[in-house]
Design a protein. Structure first.
Length: 561
């Protein structure tokens, strides 16, 4: 394909130019901006958008998902809705050799297109994804267990913002070096030495995106779009429980590539055959140059140690809260209750360990003993979830059997102060819904709290002092990983110590959250999601370094007469 003003990609680049420019400005300012409306409103997306999206989702059920990919050998249907409806979607499975060969064949023309055309195609892809946000919402809801509004946001506009953020960073990095320059070096009285130098952006190779079961789009889009716009073909291998959101994504991306005149095999879906996980097989192939992974620490560590590829991981962690004092005791408890309850704790940013000095804390409501803090948190969770119709919208549903088993086991162990209970969903009788459980422990019981307990499980831990609590939180971040941390304190010296502790543990810190902002939430274009400085991940997923190593600059020098 040639770079002409009449090509679809050129037109798309011009059409979406303002969006890209605003994204470029915002990643520098780190101010608030969102390109895509996060409210699932008919006024914003069209009065029939929700009904149309639900109808599109419903039409997928019990059918084969067609993608017209090479090397099809069979089909696989492994998804189960945490809300209890029958999915029965069969996806084509293709041979690894066929997918890798097709990706490699598609890549040269994509590389030759240049940064602007690739960015134009990527921007059009994101716009088309946004148009399908309601369909993606239902797909996300019924594979991950997120309640509808969260599924709309995380599977749609928020994920699309993260895709746009990756495109902006990648485009910015690719343009840092000019395409060509006339280099002149004085030679005294002789003619200057004149060299024409050209600089070409060359991709590393084929990228592999390994999806997760909880936030398939939100976590996959940054690496997927960063690799694609820098010239790499991408193979998307979804989690067997959450295929549909990424399958729809790949379907839309392939259609956009086809409309632009490129080979759609630049983006391919790799579904595992029944009972045969293939992430290790793909990651071990010499053709794979980049791996993006979100999921368990164990498999993330395996990828980091056993593959030749450039690996970006976001893994598990143990997120801590240290409560020293507060000027808004009720607000602090409400904020923590919602953070612990949201999506049943199935978020990599959810707090787990709440450290409180055993002597208690000073608050605007007077001094509170350790037990009063625990009781206040229990009461706040009970109040939040007292109305079942509100509770199901906060909690969503439990996706994995292992999470249900973990909750059931903790419900039987010592120290339980708030047991987890099942809640019936008014619309979905088969929904697997559980409230958070709270366990009261002493700091000496590290064997209970010093590893990730994924799901609606939290520990309130009596520490010797605030200083000791900070030390425990730092140790946990260093050894087990952490993505978020919270500190509550009215003392500026303690807050300064908290900042030093967060830097020591290399974890993002939130201080005195008592309002509507939750530590769970990460804003595209502004927040740095994962620091890359502790075992929770090996790279920050929202900075220039995340994209810059996905391509190389190849220089050509030629004398000019």
């Amino acid at each position: 394909m040639t770079d002409t003003l009449t090509s679809p990609a050129s037109q798309w680049f011009a059409h979406h130019g303002h969006t890209l420019e605003t994204a470029l400005a915002t990643i520098r300012s780190r101010a608030y901006w969102s390109a895509y409306a996060e409210v699932p409103s008919g006024k914003l997306y069209g009065e029939t958008a929700k009904a149309d999206g639900e109808a599109a989702f419903t039409a997928r059920l019990g059918a084969t998902f067609e993608l017209d990919q090479p090397g099809v050998e069979g089909s696989s249907a492994t998804e189960r809705s945490p809300f209890g409806i029958e999915l029965g979607i069969a996806y084509p499975t293709s041979s690894i050799d066929a997918l890798l060969a097709a990706a490699a064949a598609a890549q040269p023309a994509w590389v030759d297109a240049g940064a602007e055309l690739r960015a134009g195609v990527a921007l059009e892809m994101i716009a088309r994804l946004n148009h399908r946000s309601f369909e993606l919402a239902f797909a996300t809801m019924h594979t991950t267990g997120q309640a509808f509004v969260m599924a709309f946001q995380a599977g749609g506009p928020h994920a699309q913002d993260r895709a746009l953020e990756a495109v902006a960073f990648a485009y910015d990095e690719m343009l840092r070096v000019p395409r060509s320059v006339l280099w002149e070096k004085p030679q005294g009285k002789a003619e200057p030495l004149r060299i024409e130098k050209t600089f070409a952006v060359v991709p590393r190779g084929i990228a592999l995106t390994i999806g997760c079961s909880t936030f398939p789009n939100w976590n996959a889009y940054p690496g997927l779009f960063a690799s694609l716009v820098t010239g790499n073909a991408v193979i998307v291998k979804p989690h067997p429980q959450a295929i549909l959101p990424l399958a729809i994504t790949v379907e839309i991306m392939r259609a956009t590539l086809r409309d632009a005149g490129f080979d759609p095999n630049l983006v391919l879906l790799a579904v595992d055959p029944p009972g045969r996980p293939r992430a290790k097989e793909f990651a071990g192939r010499a053709e794979i140059a980049i791996v993006d992974y979100t999921g368990s620490t164990e498999f993330g560590a395996w990828l980091e140690l056993n593959t030749h590829a450039l690996v970006y991981t976001e893994k598990a962690g143990v997120n801590s809260v240290v409560i020293d004092s507060t000027a808004d005791f009720a607000g602090m408890l409400r904020n923590l209750a919602l953070s612990l309850s949201l999506y049943s704790g199935q978020m990599c940013t959810t707090p787990q360990n709440v450290f409180v000095p055993r002597a208690g804390i000073d608050t605007d409501a007077g001094h509170k003993t350790f037990d009063e803090v625990v009781a206040g948190l229990v009461a706040a969770i009970d109040a939040l979830l007292s109305a079942p119709e509100r509770a199901v919208d906060v909690l969503g549903a439990i996706a994995a059997d292992a999470t249900l088993a973990r909750v059931a086991a903790e419900n039987e162990r010592p120290g339980l102060v708030l047991p987890s209970r099942a809640i019936a969903h008014p619309q979905f009788p088969g929904a697997r819904i559980r409230t958070p459980l709270i366990v009261k422990l002493d700091a000496a019981q590290a064997d209970r709290y010093d590893s990730e307990m994924f799901g609606p499980i939290a520990y309130v831990i009596a520490a010797d002092s605030t200083h000791s609590a900070l030390e425990l939180a730092v140790r946990s971040a260093r050894t087990k990983g952490a993505i978020t941390a919270i500190l509550h304190s009215t003392d500026p010296d303690v807050r300064a110590a908290g900042r030093r502790a967060a830097a020591d543990g290399q974890v993002s810190l939130a201080i005195n959250l008592t309002g509507n902002l939750l530590v769970n939430q990460s804003s595209a274009f502004s927040d740095f999601h994962v620091t890359g400085g502790n075992p929770a991940g090996n790279a920050s997923l929202t900075d220039a370094a995340f994209v810059a190593n996905r391509f190389r600059i190849i220089e050509t020098r030629q004398p000019v007469a």
